[in-house]
Structure formats: structure tokens, C-alpha cells
Design a protein around this ligand. Structure first.
Ligand code: CP
Ligand code: NVA
Length: 308
């Protein structure tokens, strides 16, 4: 099945196909008469609304389901929830705490002969749908991305991981600055570079603990919250650890002349990004948020394509 757990589920051909389908006129009838399950174990503003509207764009019917309603592994197993939802829906989209639930659900569907793909709407590990929207936004603003610098400043989290892979698929020079204790471990850096090498698009990835160093000549400055959903108990410790990692005007001044600033949102002004940068002329965060719908059309059209 064309499941999407993270960006590296897409080979270069599938990656280009998703982006192409995102920008093409929506295949209106693709989901005609069909449902799409949107299961959320965590809150959402952008992902729920953009995905619901993308399903409508493709002629389908979205059904929003709160995690507590179905109780993954509480009321019944995640496998049984998945197979139940697949009785009614063409695609299962889910935002989960534990990433491992997604392949478990997909495996159960496959074992039982269901054809519904599973799409990750954010897990503790990855946020691929956001990263597709980010590349749509970057390509629109900057044109060709290969060889350009994509700088992420902040927590080496779900967003950073999916964004880095998307940047490598684009052949970008990916730089990630995180404080000690919140960086990708050496083995994950090696895996990311191996992913880039296998793509053969010239992408590179490097880690740093110095935001100024990675911001130099960046075409894209990207950040995300320091405390992700589910980490709220760590907030005080994280606020202290990330001091000096705010994307502010001084940092933006070091980027390329045509640099853009992106943030997946929600934003915490004065923490990971200053108000003046978020509201400033480099910031494309609302265009980026709008492209969540563009991207979801591409992802859903790809996932339901014959032979995908
Ligand atoms: N960027 C993003 O996924 O936002 P939501 O959490 O509001 O869906
Ligand atoms: N890293 C953030 C992304 C929010 C869209 C989180 O997981 O909460």
C-alpha cells in the first residue's frame, strides 16, 4: 500500500508525483463517494482543517475522530480500530503519540486484505505532510532548491526529521542547529546522509550547536516549537536549554538576500521565533499554512492512485 509514515517512504519518482499532484488541478472525482478517516490523538488547527478541505477538494467525505472516542489499544487494539475504519474509508489518516501505531495499523490492514493506505498526520517521530507543504512553499518562493541552504534552528524533533529528508530529496544543504541534549544522535545524522547519498541529488546534512554558523547564507530559516505536544512536563527545562536558539532579526540578517522564514506553527513568539521575524517581510508562514491543503491534495491523490 502507498502508506506515508515519513518522507523516506517516497522514492524520488513518488516524491515528484506527490508534488505534481499537489499543484495540478485536483482530480475532483478521485474520492467521490468515499470516506477518509482523520483520527487525532492530539490537538490540531492546520492539519485537521487542511486535510478535511483537501478531501472535499477530491470529492470525498472526511470524518474527524478523536483518539479518545476509539481508544487505540484502550477500547480495542489499534489493529481492530484500523480494520473497522477501513470498512468505511478509502484512506486512514492519523495523528498519534506513538509512531509505531502507524505501521501496526497498516500491517493489520494488509493482512486482512484492506486496500486503505495509512497517512501520518504527525507522530512523535515524523510530520511528513507538513514537510510536503514546506517544499511546495519553498519551490514557489525560491524556484530551484538544489544546492541551496535549508537551516533548521531548534529541537531535533518530528518536524526537523521530516523536513531534513524533504530537503535532501530536493538536493539541499541541510543544516540543523540544536542545543546539547536536543540534537540528532550521530547515528541518525549518518542515516540522513546515507539517505541523501543514495538519492544521488547532492544533498548534504550537518549538525551544529551554533545558530549563527548555520544561518550564514541560508535560503530558508525554519524553526518549530521547543516543547512539542506530549512534552509539556519538560517545558521549564527546555526553555532553559534552548536559550540563544531564537530565530530573531540578528539571525535573519545572516541569511541569504532572498531568504525566507518558515515555521510549521503553532508559534510561541519570544521563544523559538521573535514576533518581528514571524510578522516580518521574510516570513511566509501563512502561505505555508495555506499550502497544507495543497500538499494534502497531492498526498491523498497519490495514495489513492492506481498503481501507486
Ligand atoms: N503545523 C501543524 O501541524 O499544525 P497543527 O498542529 O495545528 O495541525
Ligand atoms: N513538533 C511539534 C509540531 C507541531 C505541528 C509537535 O509535535 O507538537
Amino acid at each position: 500500500m502507498p502508506d506515508l509514515f515519513d518522507i523516506d517512504d517516497l522514492d524520488p519518482a513518488a516524491w515528484e508525483r506527490v508534488l505534481r499532484l499537489a499543484l495540478d488541478d485536483p482530480p475532483q472525482k478521485r474520492l467521490a463517494g468515499q470516506g477518509v478517516a482523520l483520527l487525532f490523538e492530539k490537538p490540531s488547527a492546520r492539519t485537521r482543517n487542511s486535510t478535511e478541505m483537501a478531501v472535499v477538494d477530491l470529492g470525498g467525505h472526511p470524518v474527524y475522530i478523536q483518539g479518545s472516542e476509539v481508544g487505540l489499544d484502550v477500547r480495542e487494539t489499534a489493529e481492530d480500530v484500523a480494520r473497522t475504519l477501513a470498512c468505511y474509508h478509502r484512506v486512514l489518516c492519523a495523528r498519534v503519540f506513538d509512531h509505531r501505531l502507524l505501521p501496526r495499523m497498516a500491517a493489520a490492514l494488509s493482512r486482512s486484505g484492506f486496500e486503505a493506505p495509512v497517512v501520518n498526520l504527525l507522530s512523535d517521530t515524523a510530520h511528513p505532510c507538513q514537510a510536503v507543504a514546506d517544499v511546495v512553499t519553498m519551490r514557489e518562493a525560491l524556484g530551484r532548491l538544489d544546492g541551496r541552504v535549508l537551516t533548521y534552528v531548534g529541537d531535533a524533533n518530528n518536524m526537523a526529521r521530516s523536513l531534513a529528508k524533504a530537503g535532501l530529496l530536493e538536493g539541499m544543504e541541510v543544516r540543523i542547529a540544536s542545543p546539547a541534549g536536543y540534537a540528532f544522535p550521530a547515528e541518525e545524522l549518518a542515516a540522513l546522509q546515507a539517505f541523501a547519498d543514495q538519492l544521488g541529488r547532492g544533498g548534504t546534512v550537518q549538525l551544529s550547536d551554533d545558530p549563527s554558523q548555520v544561518a550564514k547564507d541560508a535560503a530558508v530559516l525554519y524553526t518549530d516549537v521547543w516543547t512539542s505536544m506530549g512534552q509539556e512536563a519538560e517545558r521549564a527545562r527546555r526553555l532553559a536549554a534552548f536559550e540563544g536558539f531564537t530565530v530573531d532579526d540578528d539571525l535573519v540578517d545572516q541569511a541569504a538576500d532572498d531568504a525566507i522564514v518558515l515555521h510549521c506553527l503553532p508559534a510561541h513568539r519570544g521563544e523559538e521565533i521573535s514576533d518581528s521575524v514571524l510578522e516580518g517581510p521574510r516570513s511566509l508562514v501563512w502561505r505555508q499554512a495555506a499550502h497544507r491543503r495543497t500538499a494534502m491534495r497531492g498526498i491523498l491523490a497519490w495514495a489513492t492512485e492506481d498503481g501507486a
